[in-house]
Design a protein around this ligand. Structure first.
Ligand code: DGL
Length: 262
């Protein structure tokens, strides 16, 4: 089992930010990445729908011999992680907004979280906020539209910059000095956010923490690969069209082949 791939999935291409970090941390591991882009965004879907899709995708990943699965999506994590961990025996690693590191980094004591509607409104996110509410003031902002723009290749340029600015400004006005990227898609907007908010404020992403946790989970479960060559990465999407590979390539950083997933 050790030389089987790590399965990774997201509602779309956002989880590639996590996959890149895992690739860096675990260069010899094979990986399979599934983007459920046909159903993106998950941020306006129900827990039931997201749980159903997550199970369907994990079944497929296990069919491809995945030895562990990374849910590279904050929204799917808050909606489905407990159910998934109950239902599958392989390690399931999730992603949650980096409130803990943000609270530690903030000087003003106010942090802002950008996330999807589904994440912001979920019970598990509220529990996470409550855990830190004695230590910091936590402002949240749901961001409908951002994921849709990214999935349609508009992750640069005026339109997305304007939308991001509109979402982050209320957080800054409330005194936030640290902004949490609570959606894996938003990791790819870090540079634009930096241009909007300037160099003084902090931006927290969680992809490195997830890569470290993935490595730890493989280690404690004796699942680290024995391969010494560079690992392969296979990419699948539920919405393959003529521009899909281009979008993956831009975000992944090198040419890729994207196969269909139904
Ligand atoms: N990348 C997903 C996340 O981390 C995006 C969710 C969506 O599709 O709305 O939340």
């Amino acid at each position: 089992m050790n030389n089987n791939p790590i399965g990774i999935f997201d509602s779309g291409v956002g989880g590639l930010s996590v996959a890149r970090s895992i690739r860096e941390k675990l260069p010899n591991e094979d990986m399979v990445y599934i983007a459920d882009s046909l159903n993106a965004p998950y941020g306006n879907k129900s827990d039931e729908f997201i749980s159903m899709r997550s199970s369907y995708i994990i079944d497929h990943l296990i069919g491809m011999k995945a030895k562990a699965v990374v849910v590279a999506c904050n929204t799917a994590t808050v909606s489905a992680i407990d159910m998934l961990r109950n239902n599958y025996s392989i390690p399931i690693i999730g992603v949650e907004p980096g409130i803990k590191p943000a609270v530690a980094a903030s000087k003003s004591g106010t942090i802002g979280v950008l996330a999807t509607e589904q994440t912001v409104n979920s019970v598990s996110f509220q529990n996470l906020v409550n855990r830190f509410s004695d230590e910091a003031h936590i402002e949240t902002q749901s961001c409908p539209g951002l994921v849709e723009l990214m999935e349609t290749h508009k992750f640069e340029g005026h339109e997305i910059r304007y939308m991001l600015e509109r979402y982050v400004m209320p957080l800054l006005e409330k005194g936030a000095d640290t902004i949490v990227m609570g959606c894996t898609h938003f990791a790819f907007l870090t540079k634009i956010l930096r241009e909007i908010i300037g160099s003084e404020l902090k931006i927290i992403n969680t992809y490195q923490a997830v890569a470290i946790e993935t490595s730890r989970q493989l280690n404690v479960n004796n699942l680290l690969t024995s391969n010494t060559k560079d690992g392969d990465t296979e990419f699948l999407s539920s919405n393959v069209h003529e521009k899909t590979a281009l979008l993956f390539e831009k975000l992944w950083g090198e040419p890729v082949i994207v196969s269909g997933f139904a």
